[in-house]
Design a protein. Structure first.
Length: 334
């Protein structure tokens, strides 16, 4: 999505991945900005937020203390979503088609209106179809002077090797849970225990935590987990009925998939004999321990392996229902 007007676009507003911010800041300060930069990491980890902070710093006319000033004309235009030399391409119904790329590329051949850079951000770059990726590659091979391409993706391995080879790749790691809790409390004013619950389930991705808060999933979490754990002695037909009852849209299904991922992690912790103080679903420790003892380590491992199999193939089977199907069917029957 396009970053909405009024959102602060500064490095100081980004949580986590301080090393990435340092690399980007140094590239601008030394005048060594690569013409194509690829941000890759899990969905919701903050790649786009960092990209916009980077662009703001690059274009700022009065950088201060390693950050954009936030008050010059370029910064104000960025914050208000009206900087004319910045364009953002996003998927339309899950796909970036060649027409969108063809419309954007010719404008990059002209000199910046404001200067000193023209910037094209391709969000969810892995959503480009083959034709769109090939069209983008032509500009990446010979980028016009003063032009910056930023590709953002959670699935870099699905991009053509030729695109990867022409990009300066920057990986994003998970954001500390404590930082996510602080962000959720300050941004939403929610209770710390609710923030802690969302942060524990989001795998270090603040954007996923906000998705959880915006859904009914947290309110339904306990009942949902209990229903999942009850499938241990049920036939495949009943298990798939459970899976079919989960929302199928990406955002709705994704938050329930996050909950099941957290359950798989917690069950592994239980059978591994490690401390149970840091369970994502600590308020359901008794239920999780009882399930692990009833199911046994082999069945718990089967659930985790089903999740890992989907996670490894998520670039090709991204629908959250695929993950849920694998997890319920991966729970061996007695």
């Amino acid at each position: 999505m396009v970053v909405p007007p009024g959102v602060s676009m500064k490095f100081s507003s980004v949580i986590g991945n301080e090393g990435v911010a340092h690399v980007l800041r140094r590239a601008v300060d030394t005048g060594r900005v690569a013409p194509t930069i690829l941000f890759h990491g899990r969905d919701g980890v903050g790649k786009k937020t960092m990209a916009m902070a980077f662009v703001s710093y690059l274009l700022c006319r009065d950088r201060r203390d390693g950050d954009s000033c936030g008050i010059c004309s370029n910064c104000r235009s960025m914050d208000e979503g009206r900087y004319v030399d910045l364009e953002i391409l996003e998927p339309d119904k899950g796909v970036i088609k060649i027409d969108a790329v063809r419309d954007a590329m010719p404008r990059l051949q002209y000199q910046p209106v404001i200067g000193p850079w023209k910037v094209l951000v391709i969000d969810d770059a892995h959503a480009m179809n083959t034709e769109a990726a090939n069209a983008a590659l032509k500009s990446l091979e010979e980028p016009p002077a003063g032009t910056l391409f930023i590709l953002i993706t959670s699935s870099p391995d699905t991009l053509p090797r030729t695109v990867l080879s022409r990009s300066f790749q920057i990986p994003f790691g998970p954001v500390p849970t404590s930082a996510i809790i602080e962000l959720l409390v300050s941004a939403r004013g929610i209770e710390p225990d609710v923030a802690a619950c969302a942060a524990a389930m989001c795998s270090g991705c603040p954007g996923q935590a906000f998705r959880l808060l915006d859904s009914q999933a947290l309110a339904e979490r306990r009942d949902f987990i209990k229903a999942f754990l009850s499938l241990v002695d049920q036939p495949d037909r009943v298990r798939l009925q459970f899976s079919d009852g989960v929302p199928v849209d990406r955002d709705g299904g994704d938050v329930y998939r996050l909950i099941l991922e957290s359950v798989a992690r917690d069950l592994l912790a239980v059978v591994s004999g490690v401390s149970l103080d840091d369970l994502s679903n600590g308020d359901m420790k008794d239920e999780l321990v009882a399930f692990a003892h009833k199911a046994g380590p082999d069945r718990v491992l089967a659930i985790a392996e089903a999740w890992l199999d989907w996670d490894a193939a998520r670039a090709y089977y991204p629908a959250p229902k695929n993950a849920i199907d694998r997890m319920v069917l991966g729970m061996p029957q007695r």
